[in-house]
Design a protein around this ligand. Sequence first.
Ligand SMILES: Nc1ncnc2c1ncn2[C@@H]1O[C@H](COP(=O)(O)OP(=O)(O)OP(=O)(O)O)[C@@H](O)[C@H]1O
Ligand SMILES: [Mg+2]
Length: 247
Amino acid sequence: MIAIKNLTVRLSGREVIKNINLEIAKGKTLVVMGLSGVGKSTLLRCIIGLMKPAEGAIYIGGKEITRLSYSDLDKVRKKIGMVFQSPALFDSLTIGENVAFGLREHTNFPEEEIQRIVAEKLAIVDLEGKENLMPSQLSGGMQKRASLARTIATNPEGILYDEPTSGLDPIMSNVINQLINNLKEQFGVTSIVVTHDLESAFMVGDEIAMLYQGEIVGKGSPQEFKRSTSPIVQQFIQGSIQGPIKV
Ligand SMILES: Nc1ncnc2c1ncn2[C@@H]1O[C@H](COP(=O)(O)OP(=O)(O)OP(=O)(O)O)[C@@H](O)[C@H]1O
Ligand SMILES: [Mg+2]
């Protein structure tokens, strides 16, 4: 479903991502972990076409997207939703209008159907009946969940989640983890989840990969990842101050 081949990204002359390769099969979840500033959000921005890599190719459903025209890219974007690290809601629209946004852009559903879908998606993220509130009236975690509802409103085939549980309490984190798993199990959604949250990573990941200094330093099933012989992966999992990662 998603394949990344020899991807290199340069930002301000620095190679943030160095020749990485990743593949995510349809209906699977890949977790990408890594230290703050390592390039995880940058990687997701490339996959959704918001940023052009310096080198390499990104295939979504077999289509190479890094050199597409804007209108062709827009078609691919309808298939892939992104939950941004900061909620990125439209401040001047109600929560209901925010969630309805993609539906109004991409479908011709009648108003009643749009309202029904909005209510259904808000209920999934535990924001039932919050349609008429403005984003500024919601807590940070609620905004995050509203942005998730907006992403899932159009039933994308693939979802990129940028730290979906950061800033959420442990119970709400689990609601989101279960939502990620439900979308996979019920609808075969293919996902990439960027997170620092180990519990979440082990709960949702079919595979976990760690990005370090622009490269993939460890990749495997949650069990394989936990048993990784890479001292970098082990230091990260244990959160140790001592080790190859300099703090
Ligand atoms: N537009 C930009 N121009 C120049 N440098 C950038 C730009 N965007 C990001 N960077 C740099 O690229 C690196 C990777 O940033 P990125 O946001 O992808 O990290 P991250 O892994 O998502 O971090 P975090 O876990 O804190 O969200 C950082 O060093 C950042 O300063
Ligand atoms: Mg980030």
